[in-house]
Ligand binder design. Sequence first.
Ligand code: MUC
Ligand code: MG
Length: 383
Amino acid sequence: MTSRFPIERIEARILDIPTIRPHKLSFGSISRQSPVIVQLWLANGACGFGEAATIGGPSWNEESPEGIQHAINAYLAPALLGQDGACFETALTRMDLACKGNAFAKSAVEMALIDAVARSLSLPAWQLLGGKRHQSLPLAWTLASGDVARDLEEAQLRLEQKRHRIFKMKIGARSPEQDVAHVSQIARGLDGRATLTVDVNQAWDGNTARRYLPQLIDAGVTLIEQPVAKWNVEALKTLTATLGDRASIMADETVCTPQDAMLLARAQACHVFSLKVAKHGGLLRTRQVAAVADAADIGWYGGTMLETSIGSAASAHLFSTLGTQHHGCELFGPQLLVDDLVTERMAIRDFELQLPDGPGFGVEVDMALLNRFDRARTGLTSV
Ligand code: MUC
Ligand code: MG
């Protein structure tokens, strides 16, 4: 069979884009994002874009922007050149043969491939991913300035603008007592006008979580993300069993592969999976993890690694195809950056992200912006 969409060229570059304010997480504070942007050209001239964003270099998980760029240029691109771009699963298999792990790097390449093929067919990417089931999703915002007054100001503004009424607070950097005080102050300030969630990013041990999560729930928190280390499935299981009638436990760092998803499902160790295209190794593999969630009566949440509009739009296409048991999404990455890479962002209306249509991922990249933030120009080094 002759290939309809031979892959001709793949390039990966690192950008450096400052954030609008410091973003504080349990493991550190970031003031810029350094996404790896992939361009993939088919022989027919179509060009697709993909993105892999990490948070704080390799401090959220093992992959760093520099490692991702290297894996793509040295191993993944050579494995795909000349291959049929339309055979997505074969492309994934070839990447797996060339390179173990490196889920973020593979996801950026697969994203660019799906964008390029969808554009060649003048189709929205969601049509190649199962078909659109949601036109919009509730959109969360993360309050992570580290300062109660500033967090409350941000939240008030976003409520007034009808952009967000789900607020996630990043905790785990300070003492649990300070975290409980911080969350309680924000909850009092918002006085029932918003849904409150927390992300501990693995910072607590099982005993700390058992002791302090009930206090956060008393303050008004209804969804608790990754309270313990990624390996600590036993603690997740206990928390899910004991707190389950008052709040939902969400796995993030613990759930990457479909096998992780099976393990959590069998152990009944969470109520919700945070789905992120990068950590699952691409759009198609995110669907596999979502299928396990569906089969196990586990909900899903449209997670982010704080991508620009390229990665956020790709994720939005995938999320638009998933089932009804969801807790909204947090594809707010573009709003946290001083500037974006596209001519027009996805719209936010009535607290919901409007999920885009095509062609491809339905956003048009502005090459001048891409060049402006290119590390080859900015001269910045790793975080
Ligand atoms: C994470 O662990 O969920 C997502 C939103 C945010 O503020 O940080 C990320 C990472
Ligand atoms: Mg998280």
